[in-house]
Design a binder for this molecule. Structure first.
Ligand code: NAP
Length: 289
């Protein structure tokens, strides 16, 4: 079998076009643009690229974005003051603080300080609580990116056995919650694996849909995949030769799976797309509040 490629770039483009239409409608009704405020602390080349891409994506769908560049030696109270002023600013709808933060700055404290109504990264405990309750306000960007890839590729989720490898609060754990929720777009039976899982290969091989989010280059090999399974690769790594690879050994797994996401061009483009969706939702939500 040769797996069908799930084209994350094409699906992301399709969703961004829909978002751009909704933004246009929002602007014509309200006379203002959804606005994402991005906070970047210190000089980290990777973070600078991420922020640049996110701001460019905002611009392309007609949203406003502003960048708040803060020095690496900023103290926690001053950083919290910046967040408090963005919380108060009625023209800002979404707040994104780019992680990792340098030095001793505590990311948990920063997450808690963001107004949950502007929590477009969906990290705040209130946002997470609403998700667990099955009444989400914002969906976490990478997990929802995976969810949308499956839905828009016509892959049935209800009744399927999904195995998620990786239980981080950023990816694996929220995804396991989302796919096991009641409802026509979920209703999966989910197994969540991690570094303490005994016989990872056995569990992976039970999957109808296997999601690799363990952060280990090419750790998922063909012998761990049931023939015909759908394989979603969240991982992203750069080799010493500069090539991007995922958590899945793509070439060999593509010979066994029925559908697979490539790296790059799979989950990656979906994450920023879901940030745009959350920023628009935040603007709509604050208008109604
Ligand atoms: P993380 O915080 O490092 O979490 C990794 C998870 O995998 C942990 O739960 C860990 O288990 C588990 N794990 C590690 N080694 C394992 C092994 N050998 N067998 C089974 N489980 C193992 O990583 P993350 O933030 O979730 O990210 C995962 C990957 O996705 C990374 O490559 C990251 O770069 C990528 N990523 C991509 C995007 C995107 O937009 N494409 C977004 C976010 C992340 P323990 O809990 O037991 O330690």
């Amino acid at each position: 079998m040769t797996a069908r490629w799930i084209d994350g770039k094409a699906i992301a483009d399709e969703i961004r076009l829909e978002i751009a239409h909704r933004v246009k409608e929002f602007v014509s009704q309200t006379k203002y643009k959804p606005h994402l405020a991005a906070v970047l602390v210190g000089e980290n080349p990777a973070s600078e690229v991420y922020i640049k891409n996110k701001r460019l994506a905002c611009e392309k769908v007609g949203m406003e974005s502003t960048l708040h560049l803060l020095p690496a030696d900023i103290r926690m109270p001053a950083l919290l003051d910046v967040i408090a002023s963005l919380n108060r600013d009625p023209t800002v709808h979404g707040i994104l603080v780019q992680f990792p933060l340098p030095g001793e700055l505590d990311e948990g404290t920063v997450v808690h300080a963001i107004d949950p109504a502007k929590d477009v990264d969906a990290f705040h405990p209130l946002t997470v609580g609403l998700l667990v309750e099955g009444k989400p306000r914002f969906l976490p960007c990478t997990p929802e990116g995976v969810h949308q890839l499956l839905l828009r590729s016509g892959i049935e989720i209800p009744h399927k056995h999904v195995v998620v490898v990786g239980r981080s609060s950023l990816v694996g754990r929220p995804l396991s919650i989302m796919l096991s929720q009641k409802g026509p777009h979920a209703d999966a039976t989910v197994t969540l694996c991690h570094s303490r899982t005994k016989d990872l290969a056995y569990h992976c091989k039970q999957a109808d849909i296997l999601v690799a989010a363990l952060g280990r280059p090419e750790a998922i090999t063909a012998n761990m995949v049931r023939p015909g399974a759908v394989v979603i690769d969240v991982g992203i790594h750069r080799t010493s030769a500069g090539k991007l690879i995922g958590d899945v050994a793509f070439d060999e797994v593509a010979r066994v799976a029925s559908a697979i996401t490539p790296v790059p061009g799979g989950v990656g483009p979906m994450t920023v797309t879901m940030l745009l969706e959350n920023t628009l939702r935040a603007a709509i939500f604050q208008r109604q509040a």
